[in-house]
Design a protein around this ligand. Sequence first.
Ligand code: HDE
Length: 754
Amino acid sequence: TESNPLKRAAHKITGEPAATGPQDGVPGKPGPESPSVAEPTEPREPLPPKADQRGPATVSPTGQVTGVDQAKVAQGGAYLTTAQGVRLHDTDHSLKAGPRGPVLLQDHHLREKIMQFDHERIPERVVHARGAGAHGVFQSYGTASTVTKAAFLAEDVETEVFVRFSTVLGSRGSSDTVRDTRGFATKFYTTEGVFDLVGNNIPVFFIQDAIKFPDVIHAGKPHPDREIPQAQSAHDTFWDFVSLHTEATHHTLWNMSDRGIPRSYRMMEGFGVHTFRLVNAAGETTLVKFHWKPKLGVHSLVWEEAQIINGVDPDFHRRDLFDAIESGAYPQWELGIQTFPDTPDQMFEGIDLLDPTNIVPEELAPVQPIGLLTLNRNTSNFFAETEQVAFHVGHLVPGIDVTDDPLLQGRLFSYLDTQLTRLGGPNFNQLPINRTHVPVNDMQRDGYHQTAVHRGVAPYKPNSLDGGCPFAAGADAGAFVDVPVQLPESVKVRAQSETFDDHFSQPRRFWLSMSPIEREHIIAAYTFELGKCYEQAIKERNLQILANIDPVLCSKVAEGLGLPAPEPTVPLVDVQPSPALSQVGEVWPADGRMIGIVAAPDADLEGVAAVREAVLGAGMVPLVIAPTGGPLGSGGLKPQRTFTTARSTEFDAVLVAGAPAVGNDAYGARDAKANPTAGQSGPVDPRVVLLLAEAFRHGKAIGVWGGGDAALSAAGVPADAPGVVVGTSGPSTLEKLSRLMGSHRVWERFPTTV
Ligand code: HDE
């Protein structure tokens, strides 16, 4: 009955008992009771399946769709069974010749159980192995209907979607906050079949031709001799490749910018990268670039924060996405398009639209919003959904087609091919998460893991035995008809267009568009990454590339490396900056942000409780941090974090009620004794001191009241520093702090020299 979804469901991440106990984000639907401490003794039916646990639809010859309840097939009945449905009496002891004797080969249950387990793993994705996914809905505005006939882009159409975010380089178990490009892949289950938009959070790519993809990935992945470093570009082979293939300069620069370490998947842009071709009902074509614009703005971590998170919470982005959705703070993006006339040269304002290392500045071609994506449902089984989802740039619907971008052309081959190994054959389309939501009648048959029971005897066309079915459709019946694009007269060559040869003016535009703070971050990132290389020649070659982007960038990085800065080898182009590329300067909603509230038993607990309510009311998530996990004070205020489990990196802002003293719990006192130089100059708990010092260093808003200024001074945080609020009460401190959060960080705290 609570109208604020965050208030309604925040118990799922804050650990509070729920008033109404919502389940699956469905208000009012009673949730499962908390598990009791004792082992259950009575058999009981499994929980009913969630919507996404229903199996693939079965399609009758007349096109009628009937659902098979796969979840029931997989998990039904109250009793434990074998895979054949035979009830089991004991699954904890293997069959032995006497309790201390050898295990008998006869044990069919042991054999089946271990066999299945031995084969639980499938190969991880060769790239983008680490990811997180969620379900949602796409609401179309209809603004694209003049340029495309795609039904899901018509006015007010709602389409179910599944989105998977990912890092590129790391293995499945690698950390979320590494410096890398992020994948942003969306599957639209449209009424005309599946459309996949398989994009990234960076609008350009390292290479211009798919034939180099294995090479760039081999260079970025760990060194083959000892398989290090994991999920990093800070190593010799990566920098060797990008300095020898200068087309990689633009993408590399984006990776070294704040875009390489997003704060959250919810705060990333997405890009289709390539230019696509839209077709409208009259058959007219338009070239487009797709953009996802997050409603919360584009925000990043700072590098030290990202590195700390890699250790303290490697699942940071995955957890953030899951928690936000679980608590009702549904992430949203607007889908937009930049449109360009489909001219024979496929150029726009001198920019080659087929070169995927180019962007078209938004100031030249504005992004026009065409629909809204809302992620509103978490997965219920990671493997079945996030791991088994298979995207493909060739999953197109009528009204959306590809161009001759040579990178895109290669991808059209790769995405089907890779699933054969990863998902074990050609029938991955039948997996529930990949299955289209419309009838399928494709004449494809058999193959590994075929689950359909096809009817008829004539899976070929035309036929006279199955009544001629299925029939081919015309464009008027919604068929995908290839656009008859005029090709230039040409000869067969292994070559590329000369218009692909300018590798520096676009990177220069990006550099010139950055604010001074963002430039400092870029300089620091290059200095770090190149500083991790062993080979002097690789460092020098990359400095040469930086000289060709900008002399200031080059000289600052050279200084950090202790090397001379080279002169440019190409003329520096006088490009116009594109302000839309900068992340700094605008004010954004603070929805779904995490607020840490530090409180010891002797603090102003009424104030803490009031702040907690106010944070929830503002659509943010309050996490009370106390010396131990027990309730605070007589009001029973329950902490969600302790001084031991909390780390500053989890919070977007920190509030401190009072100055929690050393010795509030046994561990704190011990830690202070064992670690007397932990930056602490008073009787304040060293873990709170660390929390504040880090939050301050990372540009986060800090608010204190009720004597909390003692904690500030113990942490060396000046009470009059920008973004530090010393208030008189909890709610008034929060109010001032919330105003600071719209700009994401207190940028004034970061020194700039460029
Ligand atoms: Fe991919 N890419 N890619 N890629 N890519 C894969 O497909 C490939 C490229 C992207 O969450 C693979 O199913 C080639 C650009 C995302 O499941 C594979 C080339 C962009 C994902 C593959 C590219 C992407 C992938 C590995 C150069 C942004 C994760 C597993 C021509 C526009 C999708 C898989 C997911 C995954 C090939 C370049 C985005 C091997 C050959 C450019 C988001 O097929």
